[in-house]
Write a protein that binds this ligand. Structure first.
Ligand SMILES: Nc1ncnc2c1ncn2[C@@H]1O[C@H](COP(=O)(O)OP(=O)(O)OP(=O)(O)O)[C@@H](O)[C@H]1O
Ligand SMILES: [Mg+2]
Length: 250
């Protein structure tokens, strides 16, 4: 089966600095790939290249059969890739329902293949209701999004990517700023993206326990290079990875 996402020799240089250098990896359909690495390793830059915020200096990106290397952000979104940001990116003055409905409308109105989506709605409102239910925000859908707690904003963002019908979902530090007691619930919501909705998930996360609990494989970036992309067990046992973290316990 074709991988859901494949990058080959992916490289980004800004002003002579190598931000990413020769990253080659693929992600299977329905796989959850954890992406870890020290601060400044290039994790967010990797997502910026995948989602089209930045363009590659070298290398290729395939989404299934389709090459998306030189497509715009919108074209990539239509091709089926969606992301959340390291900092929240919702419309604060709109209700939760409106926030999610916008994503649902784009997907239902566009040319997405939504056949694999667990929800087969033709109506964007129904889809928005269902996605909010999925993340546990159904009873607050008429609330203004800006009034949500940080943790609930992250749940809303996941409802928005769910409504987009994208097959490949990029999550950049979804647990950032969450209080510890809310982490397990968000982990379960993220797990459901692959298990229930059959999405392919790439998750950048500093909390190692979260990555280890969710990821089928883990990619380690260090100074813009891919050190290893393997099972959690093999990554933890890798001495180069351990030294990249300067003795931190993985
Ligand atoms: N626009 C830019 N111009 C110059 N350098 C940049 C730019 N954006 C990012 N960088 C540099 O690229 C490197 C990788 O940054 P990136 O944000 O991708 O790291 P990260 O792994 O996501 O880090 P963190 O864990 O802190 O989020 C860093 O050294 C950063 O300073
Ligand atoms: Mg980052």
């Amino acid at each position: 089966m074709k991988p859901a996402l494949a990058v080959n020799d992916l490289s980004l240089a800004i002003g002579g600095a190598k931000i990413l250098d020769g990253v080659t990896l693929s992600v299977a359909q329905n796989e959850t790939l954890g992406i870890i690495g020290p601060n400044g390793a290039g994790k967010t830059s990797f997502f910026n290249l995948l989602s089209g915020i930045r363009h590659v200096t070298r290398g290729t990106i395939f989404l299934g059969e389709k090459e998306i290397t030189h497509l715009s952000i919108d074209e990539r979104a239509r091709a089926g890739i969606a992301r959340t940001f390291q900092t929240s990116s919702i419309f604060p003055n709109l209700t939760l329902l409106e926030n999610v409905r916008i994503g649902a409308q784009a997907s239902l109105g566009g040319s997405f293949n939504i056949s694999k989506n667990a929800y087969k709605f033709t109506d964007s409102l129904d889809m928005a209701h269902a996605c909010l239910q999925q993340v546990g925000l159904k009873n607050r859908e008429l609330q203004i999004a800006g009034s949500l707690s940080h943790g609930d904003k992250r749940r809303l963002e996941i409802a928005i990517v769910l409504a987009s019908s994208a097959e490949v979902i990029l999550l950049d530090e979804p647990m950032a700023g969450m209080s510890v007691e809310n982490v397990p619930e968000l982990v379960e919501i993220i797990r459901s993206l692959a298990r229930v909705h059959h999405k392919t998930v790439l998750i950048v996360e500093h909390h190692m326990d979260v990555v280890l609990g969710l990821a089928d494989r883990i990619a380690v970036l260090n100074f813009g290079e891919l050190l290893i992309c393997d099972t959690p067990e093999k990554v933890i046992a890798n001495t180069t990875v351990q030294s990249a973290y300067l003795g931190e316990v993985l």
